[in-house]
Every structure is written in structure tokens, then in C-alpha cells.
Design a binder for this molecule. Structure first.
Ligand code: PLP
Length: 381
């Protein structure tokens, strides 16, 4: 990915001027910084950034410039990058399964906050991590829905096990905390309600007063037509329910958004390679590239179709099968996409709200995936 030094006015100007035949992510630092400030103003606690959602250094640097001082990291490479770009930032190593080499590296890099969801991994931390000023955050899960897909499938202890882990971590001399992730693109705020109340119960059952409660990522971004999700409503709910559930023993709150912070700061510009016999639309990017997430969480319908001259295609939508460029038949967007009837070969299909899990998971499979990132002042259409 090459960084263009030009700052474009908006995505349509990028299209009209560059006519890019390769996929382009258009990044607006102003949008990212405004979203970061919105989180910091509205969330009743510490806002950390989940680096995996978009580890582009420009993203990290702009978040630091906006005042973000904590990062959720999951690997030695992420730890090293944040230490380089934000040396004094708090690192929350919230991948609950780590090799011993990874633990040793993180100790050396002064990581002070760790998550855990099993006895075996807790024992490893007790053995290898000095307790001094160190926090262990027990990750638990509930069988609740509301998100685009289920994060509890891989990580998270049951409530019963979480109580055991919490009391063991406290007994070993660590600062005891709890953490959860309600699932990504969680548009139902009541998921947080259930998790926060469960956290209070887990702490009570363990006989431990927790220092902090990390309410995860999962904050939605604006992926579908209609109004953008109201983050402030979720923040208010988190504040109210924490007060109700914990009473006098209220923990400090932490959140670790990825998508909610970075999602709306990028749009993704793809080009129509072909409209095969007037039916199937072939784009120059697909599920092995910047659109990797679509089969997992559903197609984005905040889409603009723009002609090479920069004109909007405005005819009524017609459902189309959309394929990516590789020769793999998996490389197809889910379902059918409503695309304007006057869409033509050479047009640009712009997906909005594409900052998270796009460049991060792009591959060069089959020789495609030459994804470029450019910067713009605005992402408005
Ligand atoms: C991926 C991840 C996040 C970010 O999730 P979003 O849904 O992008 O907000 C936060 N915390 C942990 C532990 C994660 O693995």
C-alpha cells in the first residue's frame, strides 16, 4: 500500500482525477479525529483503540493526535508498533491466548493489562508476569445476540469459570478486572445491559471488587442506509446500567472500539471491470481483498455508483450478483446488491463506512489486491 502525498477534496475528486483501476481506500483523518473526540466526550471512561480493525500507522497517529492514549493489542507486532508511535500509551494485551514467547516479549515491553479466559492461560501469566501494577481482566461471554456475528464462539469464559478466574487472579496479587466483547457491529444496546449486569454478578460470586470493567468493542458504524447509529445512546446506557448493577462498588470503565472508531473514516472505491452479458457485475475487488468482511456481516448498502466523469448513477436499484476479480467461486458478495440500472463497465462502486477490517485483511490472492490508501478532506457525496 503506497501513501499518496496529495490530499484530495473528496472521493469523487479521486475518481475523476485518478480513474483508478486498482481498489482505493479513501481516508479522511478529520472524520477519524471527530469520531475519536465523540467517544472521548461521550464514553464515561477510558477509550482505547482495537488496533486489529485497522493497523495503518496513519490511523494510529491520527488517533494519538486526537487524544487516544490506550490501545487494545493482540500480538507482538502490534505491541511494537504502538510502543514506537505512542511510547507512553497504555497497552491492553487482550488476546486471551498467548505463546510463552509472546508473553515474555510483552513483559519486556511493559504491558500492564492482560485478559484471560482459561485456567491454563492464567497459570502461564501467574508464572511469567510480575504482579506489580499489573491488571488481569477476565473475559467472559453470555449467550446473547444483537451483533453482526458471534464473538463468543472463540473467546470468553462462562460466568461460573469467570468467577473462579477472577478470584484466582486477585489471590495471585494482580489487579482484578472483567472484560467482554458483545460482538462486532452490535446495533442492539441491550447486549451491553446484559453483560454489565452479569459482570456485577460474577464479581459478587467471586467475592472480588473489580477495579475496571472493559465493555469491549462492538460499537457499530454507519453501514446501512438510514440514520447513523447513536453512539451516545449506548454510552448513556453503559453509564446507567453500571451504576445500577454495581452500586457503591462501581468499577472504572474502559472501552476498546475498533469498527466504531475507524469504520466511518474510510470509503472504498472499486471499479466495474465487466457487466457479463448484462447481468453479473465483476468488481476489481472482492472477498479476498478489501471486501473480506462482507460474507461475514452482510453486504453494505451505503453505496454510491459514480461514472468515470464523476457523475452519480441515479436510476432505480436492480438486484445484481456481484463477483470479485479472482477465479475462485467463493469470491462473490453475499446475496444480491441493488445497483442502479444505468451502471456500466468502467463505473466506480464506492462502499461507505469501510475503515475497519478492510485494508487489515486484504490479500494478494490470485495477483489482485493492489490496494492503495489516499487521503481526503471529506468523505461527503
Ligand atoms: C476485535 C476486538 C475489538 C474490536 O472490536 P470491534 O467490533 O471492531 O469494535 C475489541 N476488543 C477485542 C478483544 C477484540 O478482539
Amino acid at each position: 500500500m503506497g501513501l499518496s502525498k496529495t490530499i484530495w477534496a473528496n472521493p469523487v475528486e479521486v475518481i475523476r482525477t485518478k480513474q483508478p483501476d486498482h481498489p482505493v481506500l479513501v481516508f479522511a483523518p478529520t472524520v477519524l479525529q471527530a469520531t475519536a473526540r465523540r467517544f472521548m466526550r461521550g464514553f464515561p471512561g477510558l477509550v482505547t483503540y482495537a488496533v486489529k480493525s485497522n493497523p495503518d500507522e496513519m490511523v494510529v497517529e491520527n488517533l494519538v493526535a486526537a487524544g487516544i492514549r490506550g490501545f487494545d493489542v493482540a500480538s507482538p507486532a502490534e505491541i511494537a508498533m504502538i510502543r514506537r508511535l505512542a511510547p507512553s500509551a497504555a497497552l491492553h494485551y487482550h488476546n486471551p491466548v498467548r505463546g510463552r514467547d509472546e508473553i515474555a516479549f510483552a513483559v519486556k515491553m511493559n504491558v500492564k493489562t492482560w485478559s484471560v479466559d482459561s485456567i491454563s492461560e492464567l497459570e502461564k501469566l501467574i508464572e511469567m508476569v510480575p504482579t506489580e501494577g499489573c491488571e488481569i481482566s477476565v473475559r467472559f461471554k453470555l449467550p446473547v445476540s444483537g451483533a453482526a456475528y458471534n464473538f463468543g464462539a472463540k473467546f470468553g469464559a462462562t460466568a461460573e469459570l469467570a468467577s473462579v478466574l477472577l478470584s484466582r487472579a486477585a489471590a495471585a496479587g494482580f489487579i482484578p478486572s472483567l472484560t467482554f466483547h458483545p460482538g462486532t457491529q452490535c446495533t442492539d444496546p441491550t447486549a451491553w445491559d446484559a453483560y454489565i449486569r452479569a459482570a456485577a454478578e460474577i464479581a459478587t460470586n467471586a467475592g472480588v471488587q473489580i477495579a475496571r470493567l472493559n465493555v469491549g468493542g462492538g460499537f457499530p458504524n454507519h453501514r446501512t442506509q438510514g440514520p447513523a447509529p447513536m453512539l451516545e445512546d449506548i454510552f448513556e446506557l453503559i453509564k446507567r446500567v453500571t451504576r445500577e448493577a454495581f452500586g457503591a462498588a462501581q468499577p472504572a470503565l474502559v472501552c476498546e472500539p475498533g469498527r466504531g472508531l475507524v469504520g466511518d473514516a474510510f470509503v472504498h472505491v472499486t471499479r466495474v471491470k465487466a457487466v457479463r452479458d448484462g447481468a453479473h457485475v465483476f468488481l476489481n475487488d472482492g472477498v479476498y481483498g478489501g471486501l473480506a468482511e462482507l460474507p461475514l456481516i452482510g453486504v453494505i448498502d451505503r453505496v454510491q455508483v459514480i461514472s468515470p466523469e464523476g457523475e452519480y448513477r441515479r436510476e432505480a436499484g436492480q438486484p445484481r450478483v456481484v463477483f470479485g476479480p479472482t477465479c475462485d467461486s467463493v469470491d462473490r458478495l453475499p446475496g444480491e446488491m441493488a445497483l442502479p440500472m444505468d451502471l456500466a463497465e468502467g463505473d466506480f462502486v464506492v462502499f461507505q463506512g469501510m475503515g475497519a477490517y478492510s485494508s487489515a485483511t486484504n490479500t494478494r490472492f490470485n495477483g489482485f489486491g493492489q490496494l492503495e490508501v489516499v487521503t481526503a478532506l471529506s468523505l461527503d457525496f
